[in-house]
Design a protein. Structure first.
Length: 189
């Protein structure tokens, strides 16, 4: 059977470990790290370094996209007050999925997808709708998968502990970091 070439958007190492491991059987996989949403810069660097470790462990190529914070901030700023899984997150998914689709077309991949649906904090239905939209627009297939299903998320937690990977405790942007701090204070108070 001829395996298809897939470009997989990756946002962090724990998600990459589980999803890439699962996709390796059926596809020739390449990772694509582009996450200008991640704040602060040290956190961005840490998530990238950890993802590079996973790429080495599973032996897949990892492409690194531009870290265009200004564009992302401009797009997300007016939705600063939105809750997680709201409109700001749709903009954030779209920013990263569009660039992944364009990169996949440029490099002649057969299809593209993202690891993001592994997270219970992300809305798979929105990610799928946006992925399908860019697939149609750029004439490339989108692999629509909800990786958290069938205990995917729980298994990924276990795998990342076994590999000693850093697991972040907030989604990524400065707004989600503030939310985390607020939740902490509420617990403490
Ligand atoms: S909460 Fe997560 S998905 Fe939503 S905008 Fe922030 S980084 Fe992006």
């Amino acid at each position: 059977m001829n395996k298809k070439r897939i470009l997989v958007h990756i946002c962090c190492a724990p998600d990459a470990l589980f999803v890439m491991n699962r996709l390796l059987d059926g596809f020739f996989v390449t990772g694509y790290f582009e996450n200008p949403n991640i704040f602060p810069p040290e956190e961005h660097a840490l998530r990238l370094t950890e993802t590079q470790k996973v790429a080495e462990t599973l032996s897949f190529d990892l492409l690194i996209g531009p870290n265009d914070r200004e564009v992302w901030n401009h797009r997300a700023a007016k939705y600063a007050e939105e809750p997680e899984k709201g409109r700001r997150c749709d903009i954030c998914y779209a920013h990263r999925l569009q660039n992944t689709a364009l990169e996949a077309v440029d490099r002649n991949f057969d299809l593209f997808t993202t690891v993001m649906t592994l997270s219970p904090l992300k809305k798979a239905s929105s990610i799928h709708r946006i992925g399908r939209m860019f697939a149609r627009r750029y004439g490339i297939e989108f692999l629509e998968a909800d990786f958290k299903k069938k205990d995917g998320f729980l298994q990924s937690v276990q795998m990342s502990h076994e590999h000693g990977l850093y697991r972040q405790n907030y989604c990524g942007c400065s707004f989600s970091l503030k939310d985390r701090e607020r939740r902490r204070q509420e617990k403490g108070g």
